[in-house]
Design a binder for this molecule. Structure first.
Ligand SMILES: NC(=O)c1ccc[n+]([C@@H]2O[C@H](COP(=O)([O-])OP(=O)(O)OC[C@H]3O[C@@H](n4cnc5c(N)ncnc54)[C@H](OP(=O)(O)O)[C@@H]3O)[C@@H](O)[C@H]2O)c1
Length: 242
């Protein structure tokens, strides 16, 4: 994007999920056109609006990513388009992991890098997983069973493999960033409009972050990109400095 708020469009993969809906709402609030990508539009009759076009797409399929992104580019009528990866194959513990593809996030990374480039989309903001931030001992949090229940570890490993794929894609033209919530994401929590970026490590004393504030950070990184080809943590400090 050009750094100008509300020009062009945003194509949101996973638009029917919690993060995807929050990003869609934030993007609309700031005047972007949204292309909302879901696997089955019939399941999301509430998503469409004058400034939101719902399209079918699968984030693990490069052709599907290119097709959905191409629609966003056409709809932006010359304005720049950025993409958001808010997809998860796992939505809660009740779902279990029997059907989890360990390569899911790797496939998504490949499909996004290839499909976005083919469609002429240059910026990608992906949402990460706090479990692969580093603890005080320098090891990933997911290696500590006290920080991540072992039954969720396969999901954390799959997420981490996707991050690694992005980091290793040295020849990509896509200017990607991964924003990793450093604490729990609060569904329905308030939009304060404030957040902080950290680095690879778990920031001390991070409080829970609302999906709405995560979305503020995501859309900020589209309007005015400040982090490039790296993963950063995003968090709310336990107390803001006075
Ligand atoms: N503290 C943390 O670090 C933390 C906490 C929560 C979430 N997260 C991360 O935030 C991201 C978003 O999570 P969320 O809570 O918003 O998840 P969510 O509410 O479960 O939404 C995920 C969406 O992904 C869609 N999806 C699944 N497979 C897809 C595919 N192949 N192609 C396209 N869409 C697909 C699903 O829609 P359909 O099934 O209808 O297609 C669903 O709407 C994930 O990366 C998640 O791991 C991080």
């Amino acid at each position: 994007m050009t750094g100008v708020e509300g020009t062009g469009g945003i194509v949101v993969f996973g638009a029917g999920g919690r993060a995807g809906r929050a990003v869609t709402a934030e993007a609309r609030r700031r005047g972007y056109r949204v292309t909302a990508v879901v696997r089955d539009p019939g399941r999301y009759p509430d998503l469409g609006a004058e400034d939101v076009t719902v399209v079918r797409g699968d984030v693990t399929d490069p052709g599907s990513v290119a097709g959905a992104s191409g629609e966003a580019v056409a709809g932006a009528a010359g304005g720049a388009v950025a993409a958001v990866h808010a997809v998860s194959p796992f939505s809660g513990p009740e779902q279990g992991f029997d059907s989890l593809d360990p390569e899911f996030f790797v496939k998504a990374a490949d499909a996004l890098l290839g499909g976005l480039a083919a469609a002429g989309v240059g910026r990608l903001v992906a949402i990460g997983l706090g479990a692969n931030l580093l603890g005080a001992d320098g090891r990933p949090l997911m290696d500590d069973p006290a920080m991540l229940p072992p039954e969720i570890r396969p999901f954390a490993l799959a997420h981490t493999a996707g991050l690694r794929r992005l980091c290793e894609a040295e020849d990509t033209t896509i200017d990607w960033v991964m924003l990793t919530p450093a604490a729990q994401l609060e569904h329905g929590g308030p939009r304060t409009g404030r957040y902080r970026f950290g680095g690879e490590s778990l920031p001390a004393g991070a409080a829970s972050l609302s999906y709405a504030d995560l979305a503020v950070a995501v859309v900020d990184e589209i309007g005015t990109p400040t982090r490039h080809r790296r993963r950063v943590s995003v968090f709310i400090p336990a107390a803001w400095p006075a």
